[in-house]
Ligand binder design. Structure first.
Ligand code: PHE
Length: 348
């Protein structure tokens, strides 16, 4: 068969083959097989050199014609397939923007933590350092070094979970951190708050829990007076319950502070007029505080002639209950989602 005939035959074959291309992988196969350097077109082309000049010219021209035709056919086919495949993909991946969105559920902080975070926020802005300490404590740290010796009736004020005969116990108050902090600061001035869990042998009811939480505050420095304590707590309570609140201090008793005070805030429900929330008194008791007892300073390495300080203890649950009108302390621990969901919008 002459070279020209072979070229013509190849042309017919390629015209048929190109029609069989129906997707992009067949197109790639076609290109590799029929348009590459290893194709029949190429091998015929390399044979041309050995032909007599006339035949070489004619066959060469024909070969070029066929190559151009097949390349054109192939390119047209490729365009057609690419468009077809793109359309199929667009259809398959189409997004219907009119479909209503699905709500995602947003987690919520338990109001306990909302309040704890807020207390920490308020005091850190005032420059307080946040410290934490162990819930299992020694009798010394929880009682003795806080001016509550073993025969002191004040020990009965706080029914204690003892863990061991030697007096290891679950701390009944975060005040144990007063002792630890004074030991750590070793005579230097400081101001700290300590949020944490505390335990007492209480029967659980709407306002009592055997496990609850406090934020202890302690400031020790030169020339600290009751006015500093009052200013600090006023700022705290106004941040917590609103600018209009007024605070009231009444004498109280804690073994480790002298004088000791019970601090109340004007009722945010009735603005001090008297309602069921404040039991008609216009004020709600919120925390205990006082000036650090000189003996406590002395026992913990601070000279009371040089140093003075104040301390306060805030019950986190009590603040959270007042703040959100929660009627039962147990709601803060039982994690009923219907309860927790009410605070979703409070997440900051
Ligand atoms: N620790 C006391 C209590 O639990 C509260 C308190 C702390 C009072 C600091 C005065 C100063 O009742």
């Amino acid at each position: 068969m002459s070279v020209k005939d072979r070229i013509s035959e190849l042309r017919n074959k390629l015209r048929e083959e190109v029609e069989k291309i129906t997707d992009s992988s067949l197109a790639t196969n076609f290109r590799n097989k029929y348009l590459s350097k290893k194709s029949e077109l190429s091998s015929i082309s390399s044979e041309l050199a050995s032909l007599p000049p006339d035949e070489r010219k004619e066959s060469g021209a024909l070969l070029n014609e066929v190559r151009n035709e097949v390349e054109e056919l192939y390119n047209a086919k490729l365009d057609e397939i690419t468009l077809k495949e793109l359309n199929e993909r667009l259809k398959a991946e189409a997004i219907d923007f009119s479909v209503p969105g699905r709500d995602s559920t947003v987690g919520a902080l338990n109001p306990f933590y909302i309040v704890e975070n807020e207390i920490i926020d308020i005091f850190t802005k005032m420059g307080y350092e946040v410290v934490e300490g162990p819930e299992v404590e020694t009798e010394d740290n929880n009682f003795t070094l806080l001016n509550i010796p073993s025969d002191h009736p004040a020990r009965d004020m706080q029914d204690t979970f003892f863990l061991r005969e030697d007096g290891l116990l679950l701390r009944t108050q975060t005040s144990s951190m007063q002792v630890r902090t004074m030991a750590e600061k070793a005579g230097a001035p400081f101001k700290i708050i300590c949020p944490g869990k505390t335990y007492r042998r209480d029967d659980d009811d709407a306002t009592h829990s055997h496990q609850f939480a406090q934020v202890e505050g302690l400031l020790v420095d030169h020339d600290i007076s009751m006015a500093h304590l009052k200013g600090t707590l006023e700022l705290f309570l106004k941040s917590m319950f609103g600018e209009k609140r007024e605070i009231r201090m009444t004498p109280s008793y804690f073994p480790f502070t002298e004088p000791s005070v019970e601090v109340a805030v004007s009722c945010f429900n009735c603005n001090g007029k008297g309602c069921s929330m404040c039991k008609g008194t216009g004020y709600i008791e919120v925390l205990g505080a006082g000036m650090v007892h000189p003996h406590v300073l002395e026992m913990n390495g601070y000279d009371p002639k040089e140093y003075s300080g104040f301390a306060f203890g805030i019950g986190i649950e009590r603040i959270a209950m007042l703040r959100y009108g929660i009627d039962d302390i147990r709601r803060l621990y039982t994690n009923d989602v219907r309860f927790l969901h009410q605070f979703t919008k409070q997440v900051k």
